[in-house]
Ligand binder design. Structure first.
Ligand code: ATP
Length: 239
């Protein structure tokens, strides 16, 4: 569904991505792990059009036809079926939960479809219905994460990009969110997940990539990478 081929991104004076190749297949959860500054956030931003790549191609095939989205504007990329749930959640603090969710559907005009997806989001995250009229800045960190994921789902994406959903959350909450990510995948949305919590990401992911200083160092199934000695030493705190 998504292919990155030799993608390079420069940010300020930094060559942040130095030739990334990766693939996300329909129906998978793919995890991208790596240390701080490895380029994980930059990879997601290049896919969603928030950053431009200076070299390489990004192919996206939500259905049959494959399009090159590396030169397409961010808004059109959302319309094509990619939704980005950014690092730090970035919800609108002075707008209500319900208003934040509707912002996720701002490119859509199919009212029945929007209502159906809103019900599906409330089904995944019942707290967002209970707290519908509460301003975003009054939510707990976990609730804000749920709102950010719910908002991203309101564009009915084929591919959901998720940046650090576990950041700052208590372990129990992280487990709850990861269970919901599995459900989102099982209900038909493909997921590309960036995570610092490598153990949980590899446990959840069908496949994963290890990013180091702007390059893919390793790729494999989540299971295989979790058993790889180098990954265990560098990212899982083993040995
Ligand atoms: P983190 O987990 O800390 O977010 P990351 O793997 O997501 O790490 P990126 O944020 O993608 O890494 O950073 C990749 C490189 O780009 C780093 O060298 C970083 O210093 C640089 N970089 C990140 N943001 C900017 C920016 N706004 N301007 C210039 N360089 C940046």
């Amino acid at each position: 569904m998504l292919w990155l081929e030799d993608v390079h991104v420069h940010r300020g004076g930094t060559h942040a991505l130095r030739g990334i190749d990766l693939e996300v297949r329909r129906g998978e959860i793919v995890a991208l792990i790596g240390a701080n500054g490895a380029g994980k956030t930059t990879t997601l931003a290049a896919i969603s059009g928030l950053l431009r790549c200076q070299q390489g191609r990004i192919g996206f095939a939500p259905e049959q036809a494959r399009i090159d989205i590396s030169k397409v504007r961010a808004e059109k990329i959302v319309a094509a079926g990619i939704s980005h749930c950014p690092e730090g959640r970035q919800i609108f603090g002075n707008l209500s939960v319900a208003e934040n969710l509707m912002i996720g559907a701002y490119l859509r005009s199919d009212r029945d479809g929007i209502e159906k997806d809103l019900r599906a989001v409330h089904d995944l995250f019942p707290i967002l219905l209970t707290r519908a009229s509460v301003p975003g800045n009054r939510l707990s960190g976990g609730e804000q994460m749920m709102l950010a994921i719910g908002r991203a789902l309101m564009s009915r994406p084929k591919l959901l990009l998720l940046d650090e959903p576990s950041l700052g959350l208590a372990p129990q909450l992280v487990e709850q969110i990861f269970d919901i990510l599995a459900r989102i995948r099982d209900e038909g949305t493909t997921v590309l997940l960036v995570e610092q919590n490598a153990a949980m990401a590899l446990d959840l992911a069908d496949r994963a990539y290890v990013l180091e200083t702007g390059l893919i160092k390793l790729a494999g199934t989540g299971k295989a990478l979790a058993q790889d000695a180098d990954v265990q030493r560098a990212y899982l705190g083993v040995g």
